[in-house]
Design a protein around this ligand. Sequence first.
Ligand code: FMN
Length: 216
Amino acid sequence: MTRSGFRRLLDVMGFYRGGISETILTTVSPDGFFNAAPMGIRRTSDETLELRPYKSSSTFTNLIDNSNACINVTDNPGLFFVTAFRGKSIDGLHEPVIDKEMRIITSVAHIFVDTSRGRDISRIQANFTCQVKGIEVKKMMPRSFSRGKAEAIEAIIHATRIEVFLKERRMGDVERLIKSFAECKDVVWRVSASDSVEIKVIREIEKMIVTWKGKV
Ligand SMILES: Cc1cc2nc3c(=O)[nH]c(=O)nc-3n(C[C@H](O)[C@H](O)[C@H](O)COP(=O)(O)O)c2cc1C
């Protein structure tokens, strides 16, 4: 595919210059195991993207060892949940299947990148520039926008931070995030179907917050 082909596909998929899209990044560990984790990806130029993993993450460790990665595109809150909280499964949702090219097979597009240009941005966070090497898009039907899905994914982001802040005893930040989580929950409750993945994700996070608080 030509460079203009990459540019066009990134535009069509909603990776707009300067903006952050939430994706699931697959990487390989030093001992050869695949890892999948939700990561925000910012488009910085026509064919470059940027990601900022915390240095405490497996994603960071893996990228230092092996710069090949795959950005998986999805709007499925269930997939974000099981990759953010590995080992947790919710009714009908399982760990993602990753093929040998690092594709999560249930995602709708895959962007293969080289992340060999990395730098520190702080004591706790790094920045990797992602050079696009290939893009595959599955045939897709248009999808309507779902506030429930968007808010469920937002709730998962809050939950990943609540867990970290509780461990660090940052109780003010924890309370602020629990309030934000409650706002996400309100929207999901209003707009999502009672048997939807979004509702299951919210219920599971509520249980997790109770467990985490009990450990403090
Ligand atoms: C939608 C979403 C976006 C996220 N974006 C980032 C990110 O840009 N950088 C980061 O370090 N963590 C991010 N996280 C949190 C990580 O996915 C989470 O800490 C995960 O457990 C890291 O997994 P790993 O240790 O296998 O890399 C995000 C979480 C969600 C749900």
